[in-house]
Ligand binder design. Sequence first.
Ligand SMILES: [Zn+2]
Length: 496
Amino acid sequence: MGKRVEVHVSASGKDGGVQDLERFSQEILREAYLVGAGRKSSGNEAAIFQRWRKLFLPSALERFPRGPPRSRQRLEEFVKVGYVDRAIAPWQDRRRNKLLRAHVRCRGQEMPFFSASVLLAELPDREERHRLYGELSGVWRSVSEEEEAIWATFQEGVRSLGFSNGRTATEALFHYDVPHLLGQTRRFTDSTRGLFERLLRERADAEGVPFQELRAYDSGRLLRGADWSRRFPKSGLVPFLKRFLRGTGLPWESFRPDLAVRPRKNPRAFCAPVRIPEEVYLVLRPAGGHDDYHTALHEMGHALHFGLTDPALHTVFRRLGDASLTEGWAFVLDLLFLNGEFRRTMITDPAFVRFFALSQLWMLRRYAGKIDYESRFFRNPLDPRSRADYVRSLARTTLVRPDEEGHMGDRWRSDIDPWMYTAAYLRAWMFAGAFTDLLEERWGLRWWTHKGSGEFLARLWARGQYPTVEDLLEEFGLGELSLAPLERLLRRSLEA
Ligand SMILES: [Zn+2]
């Protein structure tokens, strides 16, 4: 089945530059883990960049071993991206630390910003939601100065690398074909428009909000799926993950779960591969509900990918690569929720099936709106007209109107990750849709109960970040990147 690519390059022992890269990565990821997990009250990534600044100077490349072209190319991209990331790091720290210190009032109580953000989806009362949304927006506005500095520095950084703007820099350094992604997402939003509207109306009715009046502060509540929260208790999360691992024969010991609730823990789950493969954290703040289970599967996809990477693989290919691949592995697990056979092991309620398809359509359409917006935003992130563009682009794809006060626009620069990470997600969804077809073709809809599928995935994960998503699609004859397989999975999920 396709050609096996040779992934080991000789580690010469004299590659001091590569050893530094490894140490830098460990330090920055450990800091990200401690802060994101709420185990540290403030972060200082800028100090780590400063300590390792020699890695991000043009001369850094001379310290790296020659190696094969792919390794050389990844190192070159690492130096350039790091050059910009180092410049924005002090502002990123200030912004993050401000958010960590921020408190808002809700129901007569002061609470940390992150805890309040989680609470927004819990409030059944619209007026209460509306008020809290306004409070949270105030916190987002309080970091607008830092955000402006981040994007001004980003722009300056990519220009000094010789790129005309952030979009051309991202396309060149990350190899994203943005026009192709725009074409795919437009086709997807057009063809799913009717289905999406039907499911959204149904959900709005169930939550007692007239469809025509849906506002930005309602969406979290609609997608919370509170009706089924009790079916997905926090206490069942670990057994749920272990069941998948037992079926596939994959080892639980390959990563370290951090599922504790801490007041400053970021509600956005993540995986921190501090040392690959020995020390990989799966970080999640459980709130009870389907999203914990779904997100945990996603993060476990990352954790298994890094945790099962061959330790003998060269540092460059353990550490560096396009995030679309690891996101793709995460989505391969995450898409199991669309698989009727898998879902039946958790819940059989047909209303949940429709709700879950809605939540997935929502995410995809939100990212379709985001890539559309970002394709312009990255050309000039300082243009204040982008604020209105942000609201328009997202309202068009999610069919939700902004709040009455226009606070939705407050996130026009905070809802964006540098280097168009949105593109990585979209590429990953496309890859995962196609790869799921392959798994189902080989082992059937119940592929996760076959040890063979686990062995197959483990062999691919051992290759770390060496391959690109395009390499794997080609190796297994899965065609080009397209949203069509995923759309099929989504529609099929409604029939099962
Ligand atoms: Zn992910």
